[in-house]
Ligand binder design. Sequence first.
Ligand code: HSE
Length: 298
Amino acid sequence: LAVTVHAPATVANMVCGFDVLGFSLAAPNDVMHLRLLEQPGVVIINEDDFGLPTEPTRNVAGAALLAMLRAVPEVPGVEVRIRKAIRPGSGIGSSAASAAGAVVGLNQLLGNRFSKPQLVEFAMFGEEVASGVRHADNIAPGIYGGVTLIRATTPTPDVVPLDAPPLFVTVVHPQIEVKTSDARQILKRQVSLQDAIRQWGNVGGLVAGLLKHDYALIGRSLEDVIVEPVRSILIPGFREVKDGSRAVGALGGGISGSGPSLFMLSQDEATARAVETVMRDTYQRLGLEHHIYLTTIN
Ligand code: HSE
């Protein structure tokens, strides 16, 4: 018995929703093939050139699968072959795709015996290997699809899928390195009441805008006064991309996950293409190699 899984890229920290709002993209996708083994343990075969570890405890998919296997003692082992299209370190959920895809695949091999919240929990063990933090804002949309709110991760993941209207996403990945652990380290430990009020007004507005399919409300709510002012310093071209994208009609956007990718949301494809031009012009001017994805929330 074998299964093939397409694990999507995801955008965490949907602007004001640091650690709590994320969404999945129609592309790029990692492709993973899984099969059960007679012998115990997890076997990882990388079919790409990213040089990721194959030792299961050090591999994101491996750690997630080991966590899941502990819950099914009667199943000895599993093999996973991974062909990544989502570049590690890009900020569009590369590690989460490996972890989420692995547990979704193994669950299929096991006759779908685990629920989605349980899969999120297993996959978070993988995310911990990648960044040292068990955040779920890439994992949850990777498993549920679409836009998800992670209301809480403890005692168990409380994931709320949100019925969003069609949205085009333009993502640019400039070739610089931003480690999630570093990007968390630099955050302020305390926020002012004034900023907190502004932020939860925006989170509430964004969730309401998504559910009501109210693009204007979505646009107004795409503002982050807590994390973005600190992290944007790490990303050259941030201000130009953001202001330039708004000027051509994008609803708004920000840093994807902990960066370095930036994403912008648009109501229609023509605007998403104009945003692509803004992004390309910005990074050509800065002389930075970059990749651009024009896709949709999926
Ligand atoms: N919410 C996480 C962070 C996402 O920003 O640290 C990392 O991909």
